[in-house]
Design a protein around this ligand. Structure first.
Ligand code: NAD
Length: 434
């Protein structure tokens, strides 16, 4: 099939590479000329495991190319929209970029086609887009909701082996084309779940908000564990062993970040408010999430109770919102650095992939140094603060960490083994670890 993908970010680029690799002919469009130039020359605009190899292979084999031209992109059997839908101040998703793309598509459309919406959009958006094309195009555009569930850090794997594919559509033709689109992935039939577009849109929000709720739930339990001298690791094991609950997403820590959970929770809070629904579970989830990093921050302050923090320097491990990505959107680490830096002498940071994007976002901070590796400058730091659980931080070289001036580790992801840290003469402070 001839496919054009509109929006070449984390979702669009991975979709483009994976659909091309499954044999489709893919043209990937973005408004960002620099990004398209970079990608056309075989370089990647983002870090995502396995993506670079896949891109290179499919560009070389002629199944994947890039453009900024909507005129070229509209000459396809189907268009797949992967545009960003960030939060507005009100919490509602901002459809400005998506609307610009729709207008461009309507302008350059030359034939009937299918338009698949992969972006996470408010409930009713597919109906609205359907209406838009009925009003603004003489061609028949069939709108199909196909929300994406890939996770940054394992996006290629998730795309090729999805837990399910949600398709919101009405017509037989739409169902047929979606089966054809995903046929090369050789999925079990039951993995494609058909429903109405509104249900598909809400399924996406329900999934993300459920996962965010699990994170806030375990974080609240970790607060209780701290108050009661209990241990969150043991509680997680006991709780997660119940198959109805499961261990996934039960890691207490600094809370969720990234470009999806915070904005999708905000969208549901806004929807609840507009609908006058009483009691918002999502407002509580968001509040706990915001509280969690404040609790961690206060633990740092408390640990240095008798000293002036202005004389103390901190080494931060991890800047991305989660491991295996360079994405720092809504990263708790960045938030913590912005809060901590005015209070302390100096901040040293290291992240395996997110240093370039973080250096832009933290350019206003004067007392920060981007270190060459996880131990460079460790002897100038009083304490280590772990914010992102990259694998390479899992087994630290304690001989080097012993050079921390105050020998303290604040583990914002409960990632390190407390007993091992203590055995090396270093104080360990986690969340709900007692
Ligand atoms: N990132 C994730 O892990 C993830 C997972 C599932 C779903 N989603 C959803 O998918 C959507 C895309 O997310 P993302 O993280 O890939 O966003 P992104 O910001 O990484 O990428 C969006 C891309 O769209 C381009 N763009 C914006 N307006 C355009 C226009 N008018 N014409 C052409 N290109 C345009 C941008 O330049 C950018 O490259 C969002 O709705 C998001 O909620 C994201």
């Amino acid at each position: 099939m001839k496919i054009s993908i509109i929006g070449t970010g984390y979702v669009g680029l991975v979709s483009a590479a994976c659909f091309a690799d499954s044999g489709h002919s893919v043209l990937s469009l973005d408004k960002d000329k620099y990004k398209i130039k970079l990608l056309s020359s075989g370089k990647t605009s983002i870090f995502e495991p396995k993506l670079k190899t896949l891109l290179k292979k499919n560009i070389k084999d002629g199944r994947l190319s890039f453009t900024t031209s909507f005129s070229r992109a509209c000459n396809a059997d189907l268009l797949i929209l992967c545009i960003d839908t960030p939060s507005k101040k009100s919490g509602d998703p901002d459809l400005k970029n998506l609307n610009i793309a729709l207008r461009q598509i309507s302008k350059f459309l030359r034939k009937d086609l299918f338009l698949i919406i992969k972006s996470t959009v408010p409930i009713g958006t597919n109906e609205y887009i359907d209406d838009f094309f009925k009003k603004n195009s003489k061609f028949k555009v069939e709108i199909i909701s196909n929300p994406e569930f890939l996770k940054e850090g394992s996006a290629v794997q998730d795309f090729v082996f999805p837990s399910r594919i949600i398709v919101g559509c009405n017509s037989k033709a739409s169902k047929k084309i979606m089966k054809k689109l995903y046929a090369p992935l050789k999925l079990a039939q039951k993995k494609i779940i058909f429903m109405s577009a509104n249900s598909a849109e809400l399924t996406k929000y329900a999934s993300n908000s459920f996962l965010a709720t699990k994170i806030s739930f375990i974080n609240k339990i970790s607060q209780l564990a701290d108050l009661t001298n209990a241990n969150i690791h043991d509680i997680k094991l006991g709780l997660g062993s119940d198959p109805r609950i499961g261990e996934e997403f039960l890691n207490a820590g600094l809370g969720y970040g990234g470009s999806c959970f915070p904005k999708d929770i905000k969208a549901l809070i806004s929807l609840e408010k507009k609908s006058n629904l009483p009691f918002s579970i999502f407002s509580v989830v968001e509040k706990i999430n915001n509280q969690q990093y404040e609790i961690f921050y206060n633990k740092i302050l408390r640990a240095f109770e008798n000293s002036n923090l202005k004389n103390k320097s901190f080494f931060i491990w991890g800047l991305s919102f989660k491991p295996n990505t360079d994405d720092i959107r809504d990263s708790i680490s960045i938030r913590l650095i912005k809060k901590l830096s005015p209070q302390v002498k100096h901040i040293y940071v290291y992240d395996p992939q997110a240093m370039p994007s973080a250096s832009k976002s933290l350019s206003d901070i004067k007392n920060i140094t981007f270190s060459d590796n996880s131990y460079h400058n460790i002897e100038k730091s009083h304490a280590l603060v772990l914010c992102t659980e990259w694998n390479e931080f899992k087994n630290p070289v304690f001989k080097k960490l012993k050079n921390l001036k105050d020998k303290k580790i604040f583990d914002g992801r409960n990632f390190l083994e407390k007993s091992e840290v203590i055995d090396h003469g270093i104080e360990y402070i986690g969340l709900g670890i007692n």
